[in-house]
Design a protein around this ligand. Structure first.
Ligand code: PLP
Length: 376
């Protein structure tokens, strides 16, 4: 099987898995215990926090561990309500958010908050349209950095800077799940207050995520217990998963430049092979992240092509893993037609993928085109 669904989840790196196993079978103390084994577990947590903080160029104290990015987004967004007391009840977000943000925002809407969703259909004017909406009532802006379906990169730096100039009291949350450890992000230089990310997208196990809370940012704490993770996520920390997260973050950070080069190579090769096929459309234009390529195969629904490719040894996805076979509407909100979204597949790379795997994948897609069109 050739795995091209790395935007959904990734294989755990061996050194990360090794440390997790050691934390389960040998160094299994509770980080809150005062004895030697507890102190060792605390050391492991600190080291993982440092590795994560190094990726984002922030302080260790600004990182809290959660169970996944969805939990981080929930803590960030619902915690930000505290800020609406000083400002107003307006949220600005985008029409291409992952469900973790989109569903939280829907809840706010049900509770009477006003929500403005900016579409990046007109990429050039995206920032301008968003900033035009910022007013004294806006308490929160929540933006995805790299879209999980086609890799579109939103200008978080520009938006954050201009939005804060217009209303210094609002909070800015960014979903960095698909950019964390994949492209440089220096939070010390950005006007971002909160950022959510996940372990399983960067070769750590499932069950661990992170939230960046900029020093001095005041958000509500919604859970109560033993005080761990500065009371944002009380409960005994998942030390094995967190330890592995730290290792995966460190390794991916060290390899980031090399990995990016590899992804560009793969994407350029894929695009150069399919651009002559007039029935395949590329939904990830230039400027998108190089590790996610979304294409539509005319006349063949995503699920049909996905299963054909699977039978032939290739794993791809039909959109966001979280929406299953249901389409999210994200591609349509970027300006693509419904038919194009219905026929879209997402190909997402790891550094393990090779040029010859891309050749085989394109051959398989083209075989599928011949076979499946006939059967339609
Ligand atoms: N945000 C984006 C952009 C994602 O791609 C995902 C996962 O697919 C999430 C949030 C949610 O991450 P998790 O699975 O860790 O909750």
């Amino acid at each position: 099987m050739y795995y091209f669904d790395n935007a959904a989840t990734t294989k755990v790196l061996k050194p990360a898995a090794d440390l997790a196993l050691k934390c389960m079978t040998q160094m299994y103390g509770n980080p809150s215990s005062l004895h030697k084994m507890g102190l060792k577990a605390e050391e492991i947590l600190d080291s993982a926090r440092k590795s994560i903080a190094d990726v984002l160029n922030c302080e260790q104290g600004e990182i809290i561990f959660t169970s996944c990015a969805t939990e981080s987004v929930n803590i960030a967004l619902f915690g930000s309500r505290k800020n609406s007391k000083h400002t107003g009840k307006k949220i600005i977000t985008t029409s291409i958010e992952h469900a973790s943000t989109a569903k939280c925002v829907e809840k706010f809407e049900e509770q009477g908050y006003s929500v403005v969703r900016i579409s990046p259909k007109d990429v050039e004017n995206f920032s301008k349209s968003l900033i035009n909406e910022v007013d004294e009532k806006t308490f929160l802006i929540s933006l995805i950095h790299v879209n999980n379906e086609n890799g579109l990169i939103l200008p978080i730096e520009e938006v954050a800077k201009k939005a804060k100039l217009k209303n210094p009291n609002l909070l800015i949350h960014v979903d960095i799940v698909q950019s964390f450890c994949k492209m440089p992000l220096d939070l010390s230089k950005l006007e971002i207050d909160l950022a959510s990310f996940s372990g399983h997208k960067i070769n750590a196990p499932k069950g661990v995520g992170g939230l960046y809370i900029r020093k001095g940012t005041k958000i509500l704490k919604r859970s109560f217990g033993g005080g761990q993770e500065n009371n944002f996520r009380p409960g005994t920390e998942a030390v094995p998963a967190i330890a592995a997260f730290g290792v995966a973050a460190k390794i991916n950070r060290e390899r980031m430049d090399e990995s990016l080069k590899h992804y560009y190579l793969l994407k350029n090769h894929l695009v150069s092979k399919i651009k002559y096929n007039s029935d395949i459309y590329i939904n990830s234009p230039a400027g998108c992240a190089p590790y996610i390529v979304n294409v539509s195969i005319r006349g063949i629904r995503s699920e049909i092509m996905l299963h054909f490719l699977e039978q032939n040894g290739f794993i791809v996805s039909s959109g966001s893993a979280c929406s299953g076979s249901r389409k999210s509407g994200v591609l349509q909100s970027m300006g693509y037609s419904k038919a194009r979204e219905d026929c879209s597949i997402r190909i997402s790379f790891s550094t393990q993928n090779t040029i010859s795997q891309i050749d085989m994948l394109v051959d398989a897609i083209e075989q599928g085109q011949k076979k499946l069109i006939k059967s339609c």
